[in-house]
Ligand binder design. Structure first.
Ligand SMILES: [Zn+2]
Length: 465
């Protein structure tokens, strides 16, 4: 299919300019004023055209628990999350669709789903998410979340002797499963990319990390993990390795320019130097960091050190939404309080670049997506600047990033295919999705997590509460 978007506003160095953009097959074929119409003509008048953003870290199936978990720190929150995680691939399919819809309608064209796997149905879980992403047409980076240690291993011991619970699967079984899903589902040319994604140092052995490094090298896969999200994890790393988590990951060879690391809240200056040197990417998840009391990641320091930073919503049970524009706004303005030198603060244009180009860089696809460039893949979003939330007319990107835009996404193309038109999804029936999400859930507010009760005493003691 071909399209010609007419008279859209695009940012240029000293402001904005009005251009036509031709899309041919999966690519941007031309960007210039007054091009001849090729294929379907799209009215871009009073609309802003930007490269699609990346929702660079989320967990789609958490959608079933959004709005549900009380305000508690990550370690207790996780225990509650896992006690009530969905056990049915059809639910995984529906929440992947829901995550994709919210991402697309808030400016995202790519999603990194650090996908929580149903125990015993790991391959079915990946299949369900992949089916959803193929149907809706979003560019997907599916990162099956793996660990080989039980949840209690993620809590520091404070030097006490603690009995280690065994995990229900061996490291080799997990790696064999990963190899299986990679050969079955990794199809980058079709917009479905698999990542190796050991959840983080808190629940993974070195053998698991090493196995993932091998898979990543063998199949050319990006690497994705949580890193030092909480103070407890910083303590745990010291207990486990007698050095920082970042130093340890460097030593085992996990960090490179295809590694993206979610959160990165508790890093010191030496750690920052390592991330810069290894060209790793930081995925900033400001909303979940606030929601779980994890802290404020030193994003301005990362940027000054030359580290690539992108934005993620994180899962819907710690956000509790998938509004990418909201994550970008909070993730930009939050840092003014960390550095009085306003020259370091993130401008709206820099935020756009982090969300698009930064996202692409962290997933090793910046040569094909992430900017408005002729020859690149057409992953594009058109915003309606006549929407009430973007009026009166001032600076379009300022309005989009610093304002509170509602229902402003008019059209979306992914890989040259238009999947949102006039603010509506063209590939799936939203009403049907809404009904299924409604009927498969119920209003509830009271539930008791057994695991939280079990580990809370130890957590409070170790954290000095
Ligand atoms: Zn996460």
């Amino acid at each position: 299919m071909s399209y010609t978007i007419q008279q859209a506003l695009i940012p240029v160095e000293d402001g904005y300019t009005t251009v036509d953009v031709q899309i041919e097959n999966d690519r941007i074929a031309a960007i210039a004023p007054q091009l001849p119409i090729n294929g379907t003509a799209i009215d871009g008048k009073n609309k802003l055209l930007l490269p699609g953003f990346f929702n660079a870290h989320t967990h789609s199936s958490e959608m079933w628990q959004r709005g549900m978990i009380p305000p508690v720190p990550l370690e207790l929150w996780l225990a509650e999350l896992y006690d009530f995680a969905p056990l049915d691939p059809e639910q995984v399919y529906l929440s992947a669709l829901g995550t994709a819809v919210e991402t697309l309608l808030s400016g995202g064209t790519s999603v990194v789903d650090h996908l929580v796997l149903i125990p015993g149905k790991e391959i079915e879980t990946v299949a369900a998410a992949v089916r959803a992403y193929r149907e809706i047409g979003i560019r997907a980076f599916v990162a099956p979340l793996i660990q080989d240690e039980a949840l209690t291993a993620g809590i520091p011991t404070g030097g006490k002797e603690v009995e280690k619970e065994a995990f229900f699967r061996s490291t080799n079984e997990i790696l064999a499963m990963m190899k299986d899903v990679v050969t079955q589902f990794h199809r980058p040319e079709e917009g479905i990319n698999l990542l190796v994604a050991p959840t983080g140092i808190q629940l993974c052995s070195d053998a698991l990390f090493t196995g993932c490094i091998e898979l990543s090298d063998r199949y050319n896969l990006c690497r994705h993990s949580h890193l030092l999200e909480t103070k407890a994890q910083q303590k745990l790393a010291r207990e486990k390795y007698d050095c920082s988590a970042v130093e340890h990951l460097k030593q085992i060879g996990y960090l490179n320019d295809r590694t993206s690391l979610a959160h990165c809240v508790w890093l010191d200056d030496d750690d920052i130097a390592i991330l810069a040197k290894t060209k790793s990417t930081v995925v900033h998840n400001p909303l979940s960091n606030l929601r779980l009391g994890s802290g404020i990641a030193p994003i301005l320091k990362y940027r000054q050190a030359g580290i690539n930073v992108s934005f993620g919503c994180d899962g819907s049970a710690s956000n509790d939404s998938q509004d990418l524009l909201e994550a970008i706004k909070i993730g930009s303005i939050l840092h003014t309080v960390t550095d009085p030198d306003y020259r370091h603060w993130i401008t709206p244009r820099q935020a756009v670049e982090m969300a698009s180009c930064g996202g692409a860089k962290g997933l090793n696809v910046s040569d094909t997506i992430g900017t408005l460039t002729v020859g690149k893949k057409a992953d594009l979003v058109v915003y309606n600047l006549t929407n009430l939330s973007l009026l009166p007319r001032t600076d379009p990107i300022g309005l989009l990033i610093l304002g509170r835009p509602t229902q402003v996404v008019d059209s979306v193309w992914v890989n040259g295919k238009q999947i949102v038109s006039g603010g509506k999804l063209t590939t799936i029936d939203i009403d049907e999705l809404r009904q299924k999400l409604f009927h498969r859930s119920q209003w509830s507010s009271q539930r008791q997590s057994k695991t939280v009760t079990d580990i809370e005493v130890r957590y409070r003691a170790v954290m000095g509460l």
